[in-house]
Write a protein that binds this ligand. Sequence first.
Ligand code: ITT
Length: 204
Amino acid sequence: MSLSLIPGQKLIAATHNPGKAVEIAALLEGRFEIVAAGSLGLPEPEETETTFVGNAILKARHAAMRAGMVALADDSGLSIAALNGDPGVYSARWAGPAKDFVRAAEVIWHKLDTARAAQGEAFTTTAWFTCALAVAWPEGHACVFEGRIDGQIVKPRGNRGFGYDPVFQPEGYDVTFAEMDPDAKDSISHRRRAFAQLKAALLA
Ligand code: ITT
């Protein structure tokens, strides 16, 4: 069994999040024939692990074993220092079944106001995005790569991107991810950093 990825081969993108799927396709630069998990009718597995790495492997294996094809999965999320790393692996769940990120941003700011009052001068708006990318083969083997970008939580600005992009301002920038050109986000994001490692390790 070869543990490299051959340009042109079919790869399942094991995500049901359209925003992620767009970024994954851009980051793979047309090198693979991407098959969406949804188009194969693959169900969304329950994310029962407590780490990004664990959930990424779970999702990639779930798709690869059911479809008999190599699968790529992304588990990612936003962590906030003043909230002890929350929402972290629960990032999707904070937006609820309606995937309401306006509401999720309100929840974040409500919790931050409480944290600011409790933490006083120690309070910061430090936050980071993490992306764990797992590749799984139908036989069960899996590899995983992690990327991170640091920044600040801000009040929502911008309408590009997806998910928590409006509330995240990367370090060294005065715009949020949702105010950036998609290529600019892709050039520095947590997802790009995880992909750089994946490409170095697996691309033939
Ligand atoms: P899949 O599991 O099907 O891939 P999901 O949306 O459930 O889709 P996760 O479990 O990995 O994905 O949850 C990640 C959450 O973090 C989700 O709410 C995303 O919107 C958010 N997120 C991840 N990367 C992001 C990014 O680059 N910009 C904004 N939000 C992001």
